[in-house]
Ligand binder design. Structure first.
Ligand SMILES: O=C(Nc1ccc2c(c1)CCNCC2)c1ccc(-c2cn[nH]c2)cc1OCc1ccccc1
Length: 341
């Protein structure tokens, strides 16, 4: 075990490795003080190579993003050779596997998931970001079957704000918008709407609207914008998908129109709230009090430290205590007896 892991071992009980990505490994762990489960994404800087900027982009974005449908960053640690990201526990795994298991989802279940996706993407767009890699593999399910958006490695915050164009062609081909695959300059927000259309189609159909082993044929299908309409799709579903899979980005539905679209609203009496950034100056006083007592420092001192949002061990304890409180669990810090006492 590299010595750097010992830094983690003081505060987290490490469990099995549950996933290996390209340059990252995901291990389950338990935060000792709160007994809350977390996932720890471990990246070996030596293997990252030119993927390092992507990781730093993701880290910077996740420190800012604070939304119930976005996988929360709980702590970030960097050592000589590793970057550790402590993340919200999502035991439901990927939405991709969930769809595959169920073959395809009902309109009711698809709508429930799609409303959460609109809320998360709307929030990201309101902050001036575009995700640029929306797909079922990047949506995880938590313990309450709520969706959590992950992988902000490709997200872009165009320098000139949301109306300025992006150049890099990235993301996964089957979900990529026509303007992206044709190498044109594009608006990240419009490309995200296209990907959401492909996502909604995948939820309702269980397969992709544009698919081909040959990448050239795939691009031609995307640029043509023609796809099958299975018989089980309702007229409203077809209309909504059509409004998102518009080849001309200017004719594509906007996130605002999506929030109150009839299909999205059916069975719900409220539009999707694309809430904006919460004010990070408000901390939960019960959690601050519990931590200050445990740490033997004044409440003011504890509050001041937490308001710096350093994503250190204190941020982690605070966020996990808050998570316990939201789940109706007691927010007592476990008086762990340290072996040396
Ligand atoms: O908590 C996460 N995953 C996770 C946790 C527990 C379990 C499972 C999965 C499914 C496999 N059976 C055991 C139960 C988990 C949290 C965050 C992130 C994450 C956030 N940004 N980047 C990655 C990734 C995560 O995982 C990846 C994964 C591993 C195995 C399969 C499916 C997904």
């Amino acid at each position: 075990i590299p010595y750097e892991f010992s830094l983690l071992e003081e505060h987290y009980e490490m469990h099995e490795t549950i996933g290996r990505g390209g340059f990252a490994k995901v291990k389950l762990a338990t935060h000792v003080l709160t007994d809350e489960k977390v996932a720890i994404k471990i990246m070996d800087k030596r293997k990252l190579g030119d993927d390092l900027p992507r990781v730093l982009t993701e880290l910077a974005a996740m420190k800012i993003l604070d939304h119930q449908n976005i996988c929360r960053l709980i702590q970030a640690l960097e050592t000589e050779n590793y970057i550790f990201m402590v993340l919200e526990y999502c035991p439901g795994g990927e939405l991709f596997d969930y769809i595959v298991e169920k073959d395809r989802l009902s309109e009711v279940e698809s709508r429930s998931f799609f409303r959460q996706i609109i809320s998360a993407v709307g929030y990201v767009h309101n902050l001036g970001y575009a995700h640029r890699d929306l797909k079922p593999e990047n949506l995880l399910l938590d313990e309450e079957q709520k969706l959590k958006l992950i992988d902000f490695g490709l997200c872009a915050k165009p320098v000139g704000g949301m109306d300025s164009k992006l150049e890099t062609c990235c993301g996964s081909p089957a979900y990529a918008a026509p303007e992206l695959v044709s190498g044109k300059a594009y608006l990240g927000s419009e490309a995200d709407i296209w990907s959401m259309g492909v996502l909604l189609y995948a939820l309702l159909c269980g397969f992709l609207p544009f698919d081909d082993e040959n990448i050239g044929h795939l691009y031609r299908k995307i640029l043509g914008g023609h796809y099958q309409q299975p018989k089980w799709l309702s007229d409203d579903s077809k209309k909504l998908i059509r409004s998102m899979l518009q080849v001309d980005p200017k004719r594509r539905i906007s996130i605002k129109e999506l929030c109150c679209h009839p299909w999205v609203m059916e069975g719900y009496d409220t539009p999707v709230l694309c809430d904006t950034q919460k004010d990070r100056k408000f901390l939960d006083e019960d959690c601050v009090k519990e931590m200050s007592a445990f740490r033997g420092v004044s409440v003011n001192k504890m509050r001041e430290a937490l308001l710096q949002w350093k994503f250190d061990f204190d941020t982690a304890t605070y966020l996990l205590l808050l998570q316990r409180k939201k789940r109706g669990l007691p927010i007592s810090l476990f008086n762990v007896v340290h072996p040396w006492t």
